[in-house]
Design a protein around this ligand. Structure first.
Ligand code: 6R9
Length: 652
């Protein structure tokens, strides 16, 4: 990779709020530095200490890191534990009555579940699974709405050593079938449906269809009656209702103690090409980073009310809804619905009603809510908030500033957390009581995470130059393999040229203070006239214009410049058309030239009512690259939230 121009300079720095720092678990730069120094001088000793302090082991480990099968690293290999015990049982002596989950349904109704109740439900479900013949190592697919039963099902699997694989409820029957077949699951746990934005979303019909189209491994299906409207067909001999399965089961279930390396779950994620990869996570190592980052980055304590808006169908829902917060024993909100229903104040009303203190969401949601104006959040009392988090894509400085000012009241630190399905937990993120933040930067690696930026041969790259984001040493919650495909695991993440470093697939640069700035996926970097430009930096410039709500930038092959810059823009208010569009294109080109320099000026700008996004809210740049070249997108668009947008963007 050759020189990458750093085109967007962000100079604002926000030191930790002193009131926050005074009470924080890690409250000073010196405390952060001490942890980094400890990890640097005695890497294994550092992780062993964390694993002993934060996790409850049935059998203590002697070996810390085993590199003999690298890059299939093993952590705490001779230790044994159970994840559900760590998330529930160990809290019961002191916190049986404490609220574990405040579940708000789409229609606004609220249920609360104490740690004792959670324990009982998990035990009953685990016993139910056993009665269906599920044992240690069996794969179980979970295809549920964003309701507490999703966590109950995951923890029930963990209790008996079954390996769960959650499939996001928004995925189609085909996507579900592919995942079922790749895992060879014996059992699918689903619901008749879920509610999103006032509409019933059927789930059981997709399961039926998937199995009809060929899922030879599936023996039984458990169905939760969430809608209870008889909309689902029950297949005799195969299907069993959740209520029937659990009703007469005892509320205790002896946990199965598993080896630390026993797979806790598989989670499918898309690679740059080919079919989705089943990312395999371990029990001990995964759980350690999940709990540790909830403590360090979110500073979660006993009196917090925590809310992560992610669905359990994504890794964020695994580490920051189910496993991390419960392992810490905090109270959390789980929300079934969408931020726009019944109106755009939903998130803020929920923060007010449940007195949420730590709130974690995605830039796409922040930008969508920002588009509605400051008046909406200003109607609500957001004074309970003390910390905000973001994840999923780079956050543009403008969206960061809005989050900081309007939602955080200029009081709450913002933790911009960089990590991936494969990393299991946060890797680069500010410790909010210790690290000054800069809008758009995920700041510094967490203690024990040896992140760096290197060229294509693994050689270090100096400040302010873009390169490959890598992690140089294995860490406990790292991906163990791609399920059933060790070769793909090695090829994707440990290419031979990179000296055994973990290749994240993101490009990034570090500034003079050592802060990391994620520039996008490796294939999102443009090369315009020999200058490498991060698409994110152009997007940030566009979004900084007062008329722009959201923007995505891709490259299009160009005879002279190598690549041309094509921008897809969503404006605030109406989509500009005709002469208005012409005028706006000129305004925005000039604006980008002014913000960054003529080199970054979009060659073409198209306006949409929205952008093509995955159901987890990631902009599908692959499709935009096709549209930019004048090709109607081919291939799989089944993961798209809003397929109609493609024609609108094509027709310009
Ligand atoms: C947790 C999650 C991973 C990819 C990752 C990167 C992007 C995530 C980010 C971020 C900039 C952040 N990403 N967090 N980019 N700043 N704070 O999203 O996992 O779905 O596997 O996506 O998302 O490109 O490589 P996953």
């Amino acid at each position: 990779m050759h020189n990458l121009e750093s085109i967007l300079t962000e100079n604002r720095v926000f030191p930790p709020n002193p009131d926050f720092a005074a009470k924080a678990r890690i409250g000073s730069r010196a405390a952060y530095d001490a942890l980094v120094a400890e990890a640097t001088s005695d890497y294994e000793g550092f992780w062993a200490r964390q694993a002993r302090e934060w996790l409850t082991w049935d059998q203590p480990f002697q070996t810390v890191l085993d590199e003999s099968k690298a890059p299939h690293y093993r952590w705490f290999g001779d230790g044994k534990l159970n994840a559900s015990v760590n998330c529930i049982d160990r809290h019961l002596p002191a916190k049986a009555k404490k609220t574990a989950i405040i579940a708000e349904a789409d229609d606004g109704s609220v249920r609360t579940i104490s740690y004792q109740q959670l324990h009982d439900q998990v035990a009953q479900m685990a016993n139910g699974l056993k009665s269906l013949g599920i044992t240690k190592g069996d794969r179980v697919i979970i295809y549920l709405p964003m309701i507490p039963e999703a966590s109950v099902a995951m923890l029930a699997c963990a209790r008996i050593g079954a390996i769960h694989s959650v499939v996001f409820g928004g995925f189609s029957a085909e996507a579900l079938r592919d995942r079922i077949n790749d895992t060879g699951a014996k059992l699918v746990i689903t619901a008749d449906g879920g509610m999103r934005g006032g509409r019933a979303v059927p789930l059981k019909t997709a399961v039926d269809k998937a199995i009809e189209h060929g899922c030879p491994s599936v023996e039984r299906v458990v169905m939760l009656e969430r809608l209870g409207n008889d909309s689902a067909t029950i297949v005799d001999g195969r299907d069993v209702l959740w209520s029937q399965l659990t009703a007469d089961q005892p509320t205790t279930c002896e946990p199965v103690s598993v080896e630390s390396e026993h797979p806790l779950f598989l989670l499918y994620t898309s690679g740059s090409t080919g079919k989705p990869k089943g990312v395999q996570h371990s029990t001990g190592g995964y759980l350690l980073n999940a709990i540790l980052t909830n403590a360090w980055v979110f500073d979660l304590k006993d009196d917090d009310v925590y809310w992560c808006t992610a669905d359990v169908g994504w890794i964020t829902g695994h580490s920051y809804v189910t496993y991390g917060p419960l392992a810490l024993g905090v109270t959390q909100v789980i929300f079934e619905g969408v931020p726009s229903y019944p109106d755009g104040g939903r998130f803020w009303r929920m923060v007010q009603d449940h007195k949420v203190s730590v709130f974690y969401t995605a830039p796409t949601a922040i930008r969508a809510l920002m588009k509605l104006g400051d008046e909406v959040p200003k109607q609500y009392d957001l004074s309970s908030l003390r910390l905000l988090g973001t994840v999923g894509e780079p956050i543009n400085p403008e969206a960061w500033m809005w989050y900081h000012r309007v939602i955080g009241g200029e009081r709450c630190p913002i933790a911009d957390t960089w990590w991936q399905t494969e990393t299991g937990a946060h890797m680069i993120a500010p410790l909010p009581g210790a690290i000054p933040t800069k809008p758009g930067s995920c700041t510094l690696p967490l203690p024990g995470i040896m992140a760096d930026i290197v060229d294509d041969d693994g050689a270090p790259i100096g400040p302010n130059q873009g390169g490959n984001l890598v992690i140089k040493r294995p860490w406990p919650s790292m991906i163990r393999t791609v399920w059933g495909d060790d070769a793909r695991f090695q090829r994707s993440y440990f290419p031979e040229t990179l000296k055994g470093y973990y290749l994240a697939g993101d490009s990034a640069r570090r500034d003079d203070d050592g802060y990391f700035w994620i520039m996008g996926r490796i294939d999102d970097v443009l090369n315009v006239s020999g200058h490498r430009l991060g698409t994110m930096e152009i997007e940030s410039a566009l979004v900084a214009h007062p008329a722009v709500a959201e923007a995505a930038v891709v490259g299009r092959p160009h005879d002279i410049k190598g690549e041309a810059v094509v921008a897809f823009v969503v404006c605030k208010g109406e989509r500009p058309q005709g002469a208005d569009a012409e005028a706006m294109i000129k305004t925005l080109r000039d604006w980008v030239a002014e913000q960054i320099g003529p080199i970054a000026k979009p060659d073409e700008i198209r306006f949409g009512d929205n952008l093509p996004k995955t159901r987890s809210g990631k902009i599908m740049r692959r499709l935009l690259r096709g549209i930019a070249k004048g090709e109607l997108p081919q291939g799989d668009v089944s993961t798209l939230e809003n397929p109609a947008i493609l024609e609108q963007l094509m027709g310009q």
